[in-house]
Design a protein around this ligand. Sequence first.
Ligand code: FAD
Ligand code: NAP
Length: 335
Amino acid sequence: MRHEIPNTFGIETYADQYIEYHSPEELIASTEQFRKDGCVTPFLHIGSGSNLLFTRDFHGMVLHSLIASTQIIASNSSSLTVKVGAGCIWDDFVSYCVENHLYGAENLSMIPGEVGAAAVQNIGAYGEEVKNIIHSVETIDIFTGQKHTFDNGQCQYAYRDSIFKCRDHKRYIITYVVFSLGTREHYNLEYGALSSLSGVDGQLSLSNVRDAIIQMRSGKLPDPKVIGSAGSFFVNPVISRDMFESLSAKYPDMPHYPSGNESADQVKLSAGWLIEQCGWKGKSLGRAGVYSKQSLVLVNLSGATGQEILTLAQAIIDSVHDKFGITLHPEVNIY
Ligand code: FAD
Ligand code: NAP
């Protein structure tokens, strides 16, 4: 029976088949027919749908994990290893870490979505990336029904990227993510917006950092329950230093940051700033809009179709390319 697919953009879209499961064993059992049929049925594993844009119904099988357990599996003098179900709400896990004095996840407070998808996307915010606390990722290969564990290195993490985003690795369904969290007091406050916190003498705690981030995010980002969005629609572009030098001669105020990659020859720009310079902030096309407080966020103004959001995204890509010669790429997964 057709089943509506949850997504924070608020796009009405349906799957031919929708399967939820509570354990890896249940996942294996419920996909047995898929394997018997020769693995030809299109499939998509979703989390909370906060990084998805649907432009049509999904004619195939949509899977969703309800594995939400949290289990301590090891500890030593400086860290605790915790195994968390892929279906656990990401921010519930961050809250668990803060309450239990575990360091490393706090900067990633209030990011929507589930733990499994966090490991796919290498979620990041405020100078932190989830790859820094991931020990390993447990999966089921949907083509064979076999378990396969990836250690951190094998996940090939990069800026908002991992091996699980490659087409030929979609077959690996994440069942658990194993995190290694610090037990010794340590904060990452290098990101500009957090620098005022480092000056608050003697008042720093995991709760302070989490609360500050929640406050900043609440003031700047649309609440998906009220305004449909998938957060940042585009990835910040990383360009060569040569290209950056010639652009910054023309636009001396252009914000720029280290790329986060190994190469010093690359520079990261702010996609939001580029979009704003093209005059898109607060503008709309049909029922799709550019959020007034953050141009990187595209919003569903009221009953937009996925195609309308995509049309707006393409118009923005074209404008930014015409003005700066830079091609923006979507961060959101488009189906
Ligand atoms: P979905 O959107 O449902 O899926 C995302 C991808 O993961 C898909 O490719 C899906 O196939 C895959 N996937 C999901 N579960 C599994 C699984 N178990 N096994 C294999 N593949 C799986 N992102 C950031 O990085 N930083 C932010 O600060 C941030 N802020 C946001 C703010 C808002 C208001 C919104 C709406 C989004 C924001 N995002 C941010 C984007 C989004 O929250 C993240 O990408 C999140 O990790 C998506 O989680 P999800 O559970 O909703 O995954
Ligand atoms: P912001 O602080 O206004 O900064 C704008 C952009 O500049 C960000 O995208 C950020 O890149 C980059 N930046 C700023 N200071 C930086 C620094 N010191 N070092 C490296 N890069 C820096 O951004 P914002 O909109 O308020 O968001 C705050 C954080 O939440 C950002 O990290 C952002 O990525 C994250 N966020 C992500 C999403 C999403 O859907 N992916 C949605 C909302 C917020 P980075 O994006 O690489 O950090």
